[in-house]
Design a protein around this ligand. Structure first.
Ligand code: MN
Ligand code: MN
Length: 322
């Protein structure tokens, strides 16, 4: 039992998986080692605990902690439905959180952008845990500075492209800004799960939640994949893309959304695409029950990591029909 427990700070390398009490020990995302050493690291997981851009209920500054806590069960078993341990081939660290000063919100964009730029400069892909959805804007600035304009796949109840003044910190307008600044390659981008109305699609392909319910997962995956092509794909997962039944812990819930199983099937359908980064945002633990929302966030992030592991050579094995 020498190598057991608290691998978040005791592990010496990024490929180890130790025995842990699921209910105890130091928390990190998927029990990954806390480190800012990005040598050989494929993915850096980081918290962006900012929630002053919301239009309704706050609380998602507490999201990163909750998602780390909810990830413990996913960390102890081989990945389902992949049948492998993603960390045998994929080096992932928990990079800790971006320190921001909420009393100087004008500094937040620069702080997050520099934080993510540091991850990218170190050769790792960013997996960010929000925070409200506005944090995706400075993340995208950093990602586009590194890769050029990226295709965006946005899971959301909302379009987040309402009228933008180019300056405000508003989680309902930042993707209009990202498109106008050319950091999102809108021709290759898709919004999915929407059930709010905007007079313009701003150039996005929009797959509303009712369309997905009627047409099915396969049709949605086909549209997304054809739209992306070989462009670098950044996934921004607003947890309110899920129905409030599957994600009650969020600030602006809207009925009629995706089920958690639909979201997982959609993520799992994106293998082989040029995946450059992801965020999972808008998890507000004060409104959550039984970790439903945090667990959904942890699982979609986990499954994205499994796609990256598969791209690095992890081989799927399955027992049972899939
Ligand atoms: Mn939303
Ligand atoms: Mn959003």
């Amino acid at each position: 039992m020498d190598k057991a427990g608290d691998q978040a700070f005791r592990a010496q390398n990024n490929r180890e998986r130790w025995v842990e009490n699921t209910y105890g020990g130091a928390l990190s995302f998927l029990r990954r080692r806390y480190s800012r050493d990005l040598n050989g690291v494929d993915v850096a997981v980081t918290g962006l605990p900012y929630d002053a851009s919301v239009t309704y209920r706050p609380g998602c500054r507490l999201g990163p902690r909750a998602v780390r806590a909810a990830s413990v069960q996913l960390a102890e078993l081989k990945a389902f439905p992949f049948g492998f341990d993603p960390f045998e081939v994929l080096a992932v660290v928990d990079y800790g959180d971006c320190l921001m000063d909420p009393h100087h919100p004008e500094s937040v964009v620069g702080d997050i952008e520099a934080h993510i730029a540091g991850i990218l400069a170190g050769g790792a892909k960013p997996l960010s845990l929000g925070g409200d959805h506005f944090v995706a804007y400075p993340v995208l600035r950093a990602v586009a500075a590194h890769h050029g304009p990226v295709a965006l796949l946005q899971f959301d109840a909302h379009c987040d492209t309402w009228t933008d003044d180019g300056k405000g910190l508003d989680h309902g307008t930042m993707f209009a800004r990202a498109v106008s600044e050319g950091i999102v390659d809108v021709e290759h981008s898709t919004q999915i799960g929407l059930r709010t109305f905007n007079d313009s699609d701003h150039g996005f392909e929009i797959l509303t939640a009712p369309w997905v319910h009627r047409q099915g997962i396969g049709a949605a995956v086909d549209v997304i994949r054809e739209r992306v092509g070989d462009a670098p794909l950044y996934i921004s997962f607003d947890i309110d893309g899920l129905d409030p039944a599957f994600a009650p812990g969020t600030g602006t819930p809207v009925l009629g959304g995706l089920a958690s199983w639909q979201a997982l099937e959609l993520i799992r359908g994106l293998g082989g695409l040029n995946l450059v980064g992801m965020d999972v945002v808008e998890v507000s633990p004060p409104y959550d029950h039984a970790e439903i929302t945090a667990l959904a966030a942890a699982t979609v992030a986990h499954d994205w990591l499994c796609l990256l592991a598969e791209a690095k050579g992890a081989e799927r094995k399955m027992v049972g029909r899939l």
